[in-house]
Design a protein around this ligand. Structure first.
Ligand code: ADQ
Length: 473
């Protein structure tokens, strides 16, 4: 298949300062696991920000060397880049717009300039390592201008791009003063992937109305090159979650969690701190349930795990305060000596602990207002191995809901119905729980992350092949 060159905002590593020494460890997120088999092959590389600002040139050289041995190439960002490109344009412009929150968008020209500048930085670093038999795979909204920057340099490059978050409807996207440049940026790729069919249509509609380009089914022509726009719903490492859920260590931890919350049904939620995840709306639905069904008092617990994220961006700071206040209020109003309705943890937990929580939870409550895919839903399903019991409450506004149609689907804006669905889930007969879990498991097992990577890379090859055939005609 040739060499692969992955480019994403962050490299799959964690670099920590321990006693004045830098320690580099590989982080195995979903993407790193899926792409691991590619980028560790001889001649394949992954380029991105290592997540740290070196104090001096010695540190920079040390990091470069350490990463080189892992087939990783760093792009170093300055504090100004982080403010303008990352916190600014990526997370205060593109993120809210793609998650249907235009009122949160800060249309700041300086952010855009910084975004272009950093995309150019990525391009110059990448061009030092690329040749034209390399398959380039660019990831996510932080690098939407990059495909065109690389294409300008060499028309024959093979470039794939995957957008991990939703693509908004045309009327929202057109709000962006830089909409044309961003669309043209993406059209530098040969294959553009999204999680869902709806996202592909939104993107194609934006191209046709903003750039007057005509799409033919799932493809359009740009400067004589045919570009394909397709849905590739991302999966998880199913075997990893399955094996963990059946291991003695995790089963023991799960028993301990169950014992701690004995006689209570555990409703689990796991998210990054983000307004797109519907955390406030979830708490309101719980509050409504406790109000309308006081017999539930003392019998349920919402185990809410939130991983800290982007706390430098003002909307996230506010969200964190709002959550603290609402959790405090619910626990104060409905709590009893020895029992609180919400067990709230603002921290990241190790894999085995997360796995044990998935095993122990009676319900997994995914309430996103908007979510590209939502891997938590799939991780929960994959962890229900030994007794196949559990209920997945899943927002209709996640990419996952298009695949996991046997979950209990909810509209997070309809708090009356969400609380009724929660009540229904708490009382669901075991037979129905098992049937729903098994139907979902079938999908999650079949369309795992390795399948996703293989499919995308094969399709990229086919796209290039089709383009060459068309040019030769
Ligand atoms: P995210 O918005 O980060 O991803 P999600 O897909 O749910 O959302 O992935 C979160 C990951 O973080 C999961 O693997 C989960 O296990 C882990 N995690 C969350 N909280 C944790 C905690 N407290 N401790 C440890 N681990 C925790 C973006 C898009 C999604 C899309 C993915 C992949 O927003 O829609 O599904 O990319 O494309």
């Amino acid at each position: 298949m040739g060499k692969t060159f992955i480019i994403s905002n962050r490299l799959p590593v964690k670099i920590e300062r321990k006693k004045n020494k830098l320690v580099v460890t590989r982080s195995e997120g979903g993407l790193a696991t899926g792409l691991g088999s590619f980028y560790r092959e001889d001649g394949s590389w992954w380029l991105g920000w290592p997540g740290i600002i070196p104090k001096n040139t010695e540190e920079e050289e040390f990091i470069r060397k350490e990463l080189h041995s892992l087939n990783l190439i760093p792009v170093f960002l300055t504090p100004e880049d982080i403010k303008g490109y990352y916190e600014g344009f990526s997370n205060a412009v593109l993120w809210p717009l793609c998650h249907y929150r235009p009122s949160f968008v800060d249309f700041n020209e300086a952010y855009w300039n910084s975004y272009l500048n950093v995309n150019n930085k990525f391009a110059s670093e990448a061009l030092k390592h690329l040749d034209n038999d390399t398959n380039i795979w660019i990831h996510d909204y932080q690098l939407m201008a990059l495909p065109e920057l690389l294409r300008k340099h060499d028309q024959s490059f093979t470039i794939g791009y995957f957008h991990h978050i939703p693509f908004p409807p045309e009327e929202l996207f057109r709000m962006l003063p830089w909409r044309g440049q961003l669309l043209k940026g993406l059209l530098g790729a040969d294959l553009i992937g999204f999680h869902t069919f709806e996202d592909t249509q939104n993107f194609l509609n934006s191209c046709s109305s903003n750039l007057r380009m005509e799409a033919h089914y799932n493809n359009l022509k740009c400067n004589g090159r045919r570009i394909f726009v397709e849905a590739f719903p991302m999966g998880i490492d199913y075997e990893k979650f399955k094996n963990a859920a059946l291991s003695q260590e995790v089963l023991q931890k799960a028993r301990e969690v169950k014992e701690y919350y004995r006689n209570q049904k555990i409703i689990l939620s796991v998210d990054r701190l983000d307004y797109s995840k519907g955390i406030i709306e979830r708490l309101r639905a719980l509050e409504r349930l406790l109000k309308s069904h006081p017999e539930m008092i003392g019998k349920i617990v919402l185990y809410m795990l939130i991983v800290p994220s982007r706390d430098e961006v003002s909307a996230y700071k506010k969200l964190r305060n709002d959550i603290d206040r609402l959790v405090g209020n619910i626990n104060a109003v409905y709590g009893r000596p020895g029992w609180s309705p919400v067990a709230y943890f603002y921290q990241s937990v190790p894999f085995e602990e997360l796995s044990a929580l998935y095993v122990a939870a009676d319900i997994c409550f995914v309430n996103s207002i908007r979510d590209g895919m939502n891997l938590v839903a799939k991780e929960y399903i994959a962890s229900k191995q030994s007794d196949k019991r559990g209920v997945l409450l899943l927002s209709e506004f996640t990419g996952a809901s298009k695949e996991l149609t046997d979950a209990v689907l909810i509209n997070p804006h309809d708090s009356i119905k969400v609380s009724a669905s929660l009540y229904h889930a708490l009382n669901m007969p075991v037979k129905e729980q098992k049937e729903r879990i098994q139907a979902c498991q079938h999908i999650v097992e079949k369309f795992h992350v390795h399948h996703w990577v293989k499919l995308f890379m094969e399709r990229l090859q086919e796209t290039k092949h089709l383009q060459r055939k068309e040019l030769a005609r």
